[in-house]
Ligand binder design. Structure first.
Ligand code: ADP
Length: 403
């Protein structure tokens, strides 16, 4: 059968719908009004029985062909339990109207098919069938109820699709997270050993052996980068598994900032650093973690700006909060980038080709800052530079995961 409509039988209005759709199709075939009514009545009678007595069911109406003859048909498929009457009055009545009726049951499934031969005078053929199908689509819903039902079905299938997409995305995320965890843990030990060995070898080799010494220097530098990358991946894995913990201690903030600037300066000696450190207070913090966060932000300021430009660092107290500002004169960022930089693995299109990175640093930095009850914000203009504003309460509350 070439199905033209399918109606799920849920309530009384579906019976009217089955009736009206049967009439609509029979009319397009050009059956007489009497035949249209007979067929539509039989369809709605069988549908009523299914709706009343089966657990659930649907009715499809369409046209079939067999050896050059065309038939107007309806087929009902439904789910039944033991209470469903096998000798069914409604089906018997439909049989009187449309003698070509087939009723069968198999386990919990029931099936009824009604067929009415289309007279040759109606001139049915493949083209007319296509035409009828198009007309049905063009005519659209026969009433507001059908319109609602069609819209609901579309919404349901959309939300089902979205649900499936979500399940799939979650699955991929779990796989990625699992891979990240295994890879970072497995890489960590050999890379740390490699770095230690390259450092020892550098100390043992006579610098006079220029070639060997320079090779070892390169090995040491590259393994250093590998260590940083692995540590970043490990951090993500720890955050995802709730194992990112803190060891807090009381730290004099300005001295601490000065030591961070010193170490970043060693990494980016071709930049100028200007700083004003006026916080003059101590803060309860995890030294390594906060250093990691601030080094990343200052490191970015150097990475994303021209050599020779200045990086400004200020600390102070404002509205009873500790404020840290890190400002560069670099490439800046678009509004879109600014909104996303704290997302895991986010890197702007503008930096992909020219600058190396994994898009992890700011995600981890913002996690560390918020776990110290702090906040981080950024202002930026493309081509002019960026300013990162970090603030902490003067007496920070307990940090989550403090050991
Ligand atoms: P990475 O630097 O490894 O890409 P981050 O998480 O540190 O990862 O930064 C995320 C993105 O934010 C960067 O890829 C870059 O697009 C943008 N970004 C961060 N800091 C700056 C900055 N100071 N100037 C311009 N863009 C920046």
């Amino acid at each position: 059968m070439i199905e033209l409509v399918c109606i799920t039988l849920e309530n009384e209005m579906d019976l009217t719908l089955a009736y009206k759709k049967s009439i609509q199709i029979a009319d397009l075939i050009k059956l007489t009004v009497a035949t249209q009514t007979v067929f539509a009545t039989a369809v709605s009678e069988v549908s009523r029985e299914v709706m009343d007595k089966a657990l659930e069911g649907s009715c499809s109406i369409g046209i079939s062909s067999y050896r050059d003859r065309y038939y107007l048909c309806a087929s009902l498929v439904f789910r039944i339990d033991d209470d469903f009457p096998r000798n069914n009055e409604g089906f018997d009545y439909a049989r009187k109207l449309v003698p070509l009726i087939e009723i069968s049951f198999s386990g919990t499934e029931g099936f009824v098919s009604l067929e009415m031969a289309i007279p040759r005078s109606c001139k049915m053929d493949g083209h007319r069938l296509d035409f009828i199908r198009q007309q049905i689509e063009l005519m659209g819903p026969v009433n507001a109820y059908e319109e609602l039902k069609v819209r609901n079905a579309a919404l349901n299938s959309k939300s089902q699709r979205q649900e499936l997409e979500l399940i799939h995305a979650n699955y991929l995320n779990e796989q990625k997270s699992e891979f990240l965890s295994v890879a970072s843990h497995e890489l960590n030990t050999p890379i740390t050993i490699l770095r230690a060995l390259s450092q020892i070898s550098l100390r043992l080799v006579d610098p006079a052996e220029a070639k060997l010494y320079s090779h070892l220097q390169k090995v040491e530098k590259q393994t250093g980068k590998l260590v940083t990358l692995t540590q970043q991946l490990l951090d993500i894995s720890k955050i995802e598994h709730g194992q990112f913990t803190y060891k807090k201690e009381s730290v004099e903030l300005d001295d601490f900032m000065a030591s961070i600037i010193e170490s970043v300066y060693l990494l980016a000696p071709s930049h100028k650093f200007q700083y004003e450190l006026n916080a003059c207070c101590t803060m309860e913090l995890d030294r390594n973690r906060i250093e990691q966060a601030l080094t990343n932000i200052v490191g970015n300021a150097a990475k994303y700006s021209e050599k020779g430009t200045t990086i400004y660092i200020r600390t102070g107290i404002e509205d009873d909060r500790i404020k840290i500002v890190i400002e560069d004169q670099g490439i800046g960022m678009s509004e879109e980038t600014r909104k996303n930089i704290f997302e895991k693995f986010y890197r702007s299109d503008a930096v992909h080709a020219q600058y190396k990175g994994l898009g992890i640093g700011l995600f981890v930095a913002s996690k560390i800052i918020s776990d110290h009850a702090g906040s981080i914000d950024v202002k930026s203009e493309e081509g002019k530079g960026s300013s990162f504003f970090i603030s902490f309460p003067k007496s920070a509350p307990q940090t989550p995961g403090v050991s």
